[in-house]
Design a protein around this ligand. Sequence first.
Ligand SMILES: [Zn+2]
Length: 350
Amino acid sequence: MKEILPDICIETVRCDLKNMSSVNMVIVRGGERSLLVDAGIPPIVSDVSRTALEAALRELGLEPDRLDCVITHLHGDHLGLIPYLHEHGARVFMNPEEAERRLDVVCHRLSYPRERKAFYRAMGCECREDSGEYRLLCSQADECYSFYPDELHFDFLPVRAGEVLEYGRYRLRAVGLKGHTFGQIGLYDEDGRVLFCADQVIPGVVPIVGSSSETDSYLGLYLDSLEELRSRYEGVLFVPGHGKCFVNDGSEIGNILNAYRERLAAVREILRQAGSPMTVREVSGAVYGPQFSVISGNNYQDVMLMWYKTCACLRYLEETGSVREEKKEGIIYWVADPGKEFYDQDRAGV
Ligand SMILES: [Zn+2]
């Protein structure tokens, strides 16, 4: 493990999955108890997180029953070792808001067959049982998401935004990081000027923005949170859930804000020019490229991620009144509202 600050150690665990090359494992060494931030990848997907944790505990001379683990948010790549931690007497903490809105589109919609069909249909897929594409969509969802329902239910101690957890020299205040999920939290130490920022900011990546139903979107919350992180935590060391640690000079956050602004503008423009209703699938293909409207075994997860991002943009534009949905036979169609201005530019920080 690499010590990035006194008693804060990080190991970048390589996993080489389709959509993820690595996850960060972070341990804050304390006196009585130590802290692990997030619980890595489930052994059913890959054993790398468990192997890395066991090696780290040996190296640092820590016992798992004197470990606390804060789960920043309910995504599978952050929950994997919870059963292992429980089994070995560790304590697990999470923001209860995550449990209340656990039915995140990423984790939930594609895990249960009935929800899955409604989701694909809403996105604009035909969903006939005898269609090759629908069978492929279902088999890919089984492969990628079927382990989620069990993973999402576990016992935890509550930790809410504003509460403080202490480990050795660090007083870590839980910070709400809404947007990537509804109840995601980070941890901030004011004296050490370090923020564990979970998946809110990942260097070089535009994180997805979730939702827990077909009709809500967290993109507005996400953009607001990024603006706050950019100004309030200037000069602070950010330790993300994936990728390299970096000192926040506003550039990584600016890149993400710009990317979402550009996509919001592109989505709005595509709908305006189309002049007729479009499905999420069609909009996504037009924004991100035609490869994101055709499903194959190789690109399934990429396509799903682009659909989530497109949904988030459309819902945001809907909130600001510049597009609206029309639902027909389970399919959501989107139309530009020609009378309305482009999205709220102040809010998106333009
Ligand atoms: Zn993650």
